[in-house]
Design a protein around this ligand. Structure first.
Ligand SMILES: [Zn+2]
Length: 314
């Protein structure tokens, strides 16, 4: 799989080499400044791949749709819950799902960066079949099979900084997951964004939302999101991040299309590739699809692409 940064640098070097024949270096600089950076990427979340309900065909249909977009996305970010579930199944099933995921992802015609979701973690549930003494308990398989050895990371592309977070913590004294950025990751995140210039646009990708109005929307103002629905400590980052140019937080987990613009930061949930776990559009109103983000200079535009999946009848 091509590394987009390396590819871009190569293209840039190629363009510079060609241009330098025709133009003086000062002319080249002026031309670069006049052309704003432009790129596109896709955000595919909550894929929930499984052998049932024709989900593999559905995911491949979605990938083909991404490949056919024009302009074609420069890269894809997935938003977690890549697998139907690793929390409450045996290891053979989890390994089968990872193999299926890897095979499907070979269809992508651009690089893919994966974000971890709760369903990608082995055994973090009261109903788990895999116990903590198993060598593959927890996040290890995600790191190996989808995370290039990591569960959270960052990268730069065309002057934007992308941070893929691990928003999954464990409830105190229980095996079950909750929305949480652990202390070690927060220290890493602080150091990571410290290195980014104050003007550089930043994108966070988190599986569990930093913020969502879904629970209030569906159940009224007296019902608060539980520990599994929102990241418990995302608000502690707010003040520190105000000094940085965080523009976009891409979210998943709830399978709905939702956008909260607060100040200059947009918190956007990109529905779900699987809709309601391959049983149709989520609560009948959010079709199977994914987000497409077009960046021009320091600004972005967000769109949602439904890829036309029709859930199979059971
Ligand atoms: Zn989830």
């Amino acid at each position: 799989m091509n590394d987009p940064i390396a590819r871009r640098n190569f293209l840039k070097l190629g363009a510079a080499a060609t241009a330098s024949i025709a133009a003086a270096p000062s002319g080249l600089l002026a031309a670069e400044e006049a052309t704003p950076r432009k790129f596109r990427f896709a955000h595919l979340t909550d894929i929930h791949l499984q052998p049932e309900l024709d989900a593999e065909r559905g995911f491949r249909q979605c990938i083909a749709h991404v490949n056919e977009l024009r302009p074609r996305p420069d890269f894809v970010i997935t938003g977690g819950d890549l697998l139907m579930d690793a929390l409450e199944v045996d290891k053979a099933r989890t390994l089968k799902l990872w193999k299926m995921y890897e095979e499907c992802c070979r269809d992508f015609e651009m690089p893919v960066y994966n974000t971890i979701g709760n369903h990608d973690i082995v055994g973090w549930s009261s109903k788990a079949l895999v116990t903590p003494d198993d060598m593959d308990y927890g996040k290890k398989l995600f790191a190996e099979r989808a995370g290039r050895g990591k569960v959270y990371t960052s990268f730069d592309f065309q002057g934007w900084h992308f941070v893929l977070l691990d928003s999954i913590g464990q409830q105190p004294g229980k095996p079950d997951y909750m929305g949480l950025l652990d202390d070690e990751q927060i220290a890493w995140l602080q150091a990571d964004v410290d290195q980014v210039a104050p003007t550089t646009p930043i994108v966070f990708v988190t599986h569990i939302p930093f913020y969502t109005a879904y629970i209030t929307m569906a159940q009224g103002p007296n019902k608060l999101p539980g520990e599994k629905t929102m990241v418990a400590n995302a608000h502690t980052l707010r003040k520190g991040l105000l000094k940085k140019n965080l523009r976009l937080v891409l979210q998943g987990h709830v399978h709905v299309r939702e956008r909260i613009d607060y100040g200059r930061i947009s918190y956007i949930q990109s529905g779900a590739v699987s809709g309601q776990w391959w049983k149709g559009p989520t609560i009948g109103e959010h079709p199977e699809g994914y987000g497409v983000i077009d960046v021009t200079g320091d600004e972005f535009e967000y769109g949602y692409e439904a890829y036309g999946w029709k859930a199979v009848k059971t």
